[in-house]
Design a protein around this ligand. Structure first.
Ligand SMILES: [Zn+2]
Length: 350
């Protein structure tokens, strides 16, 4: 696939997916992603949106333009059904609600992340998401990362307000044109949900299943060590649902959610084996492991990644090390200065 084809889905406009469902990509200032897909579900009375973009003027304008193209205004939005709390999915919905009074619904598992986000805003020390870089053995990355985030044009979004409605696992959303079921799929974040329409065989997958990239794991304000274990079970749970067209938040719409889930499971199996090998070869921290393996589909060296991707790579390595530890293949101990050190698990005595 050429680079042009690979990014075709980010082109401004509206894609009609049939049945009153439209894909509207909105711009985001994150290099690796470029855009986030919003899905509008329209009927003669108004629209409901799956996810919303980032609280930036150009995203809001692109959304306004997209809705006009299909005959609606921002004021016609009844509900935002948000897959997870990340800024590129949630912040524009919160901003629009301040004037338009639309209703926001999100998975109840995101409550902890909103509490942690508000805590981060109150605390004068700026912290970053995900695993603590010190604990992962990558303290040297932390300082440069803070500076880089400030220079990337990410908005300083501070209005981390609660949604109007917390969705429980299995909640049924009775829209005018269809019934959607919210399915809790923790991993990408602890409260991530997908919205499944079994009758129409479509799945609004958020960032749980992406067609071109592997979603980051546990990159969230309320960090927890078991994010990858949760993610792998969420992937297996997705296979238990009937197969459906994949409507992802980043990337083009593709034909089968199951096909991509199987690829993602295979990817993580390989990664787990590779990271196990790295520890057998003597790399003891998440940072050392991350530096010793190749990243992205183009097999890049850790040193070739931008700072944000380096951080995500270290976090990712840490998440795999934890799964290997709960599987009994590795043992973890904490060094005197608070760094997680991994080694091959001792062979059990008979
Ligand atoms: Zn996203």
């Amino acid at each position: 696939m050429s680079a042009a084809d690979r990014h075709a889905w980010t082109e401004p406009g509206v894609e009609d997916l049939g049945g009153g469902v439209y894909r509207i990509p909105l711009p985001i200032p994150i290099d690796g992603l470029k855009a986030v897909n919003i899905y509008a579900i329209a009927d003669d009375q108004g629209i409901d949106l799956i996810d919303d973009g980032i609280a930036l003027v150009r995203a809001r304008e692109r959304l306004t333009g997209g809705l006009r193209q299909i005959g609606y205004e921002l004021g016609d939005i009844r509900n935002f059904f948000v897959t997870h709390v990340h800024i590129d999915h949630y912040s524009l919905a919160v901003e629009l609600r301040q004037t338009l009074r639309n209703v926001i619904a999100m998975g109840e598992g995101e409550r902890a992340n909103l509490v942690a986000l508000r805590e981060m805003i109150r605390s004068p020390r700026s912290r970053i998401y995900g695993g603590d870089l010190h604990r992962l053995g990558a303290a040297e990355l932390a300082a440069s990362l803070t500076i880089e985030r400030q220079s990337r044009g990410m908005p300083m979004f501070t209005d981390w307000e609660d949604p109007d409605r917390w969705l429980t696992d299995g909640a049924e959303l009775d829209l005018r044109s269809r019934m959607l079921r919210a399915v809790h799929t923790p991993g990408h974040t602890r409260g991530h949900v997908i919205f499944h329409d079994p009758a129409a065989r479509i799945m609004f997958a958020g960032d749980h299943v992406l067609p071109h990239i592997t979603p980051s794991i546990g990159f969230e304000a309320a960090y927890h060590r078991m994010a990858l274990r949760d993610y792998l079970s969420s992937l297996r749970r997705t296979l238990m649902l009937p197969d459906a067209r994949l409507l992802p938040a980043h990337g083009p719409v593709t034909g089968s959610t199951h096909d991509r889930v199987n690829e993602l499971l295979a990817h993580h199996d390989l990664r787990l084996a590779e990271i196990h090998q790295a520890v057998l070869a003597g790399h003891a921290t998440a940072y050392e492991v991350a530096k010793s393996i190749k990243w992205t589909r183009s097999q890049r060296l850790f040193s070739e990644l931008d700072l944000m991707s380096q951080f995500l790579a270290v976090n990712e390595a840490g998440a795999h090390l934890e799964v290997l530890t709960i599987r009994g293949q590795l043992a973890r101990e904490v060094s005197g200065d608070g760094i997680d050190l991994y080694q091959p698990a001792p062979v059990p005595r008979r």
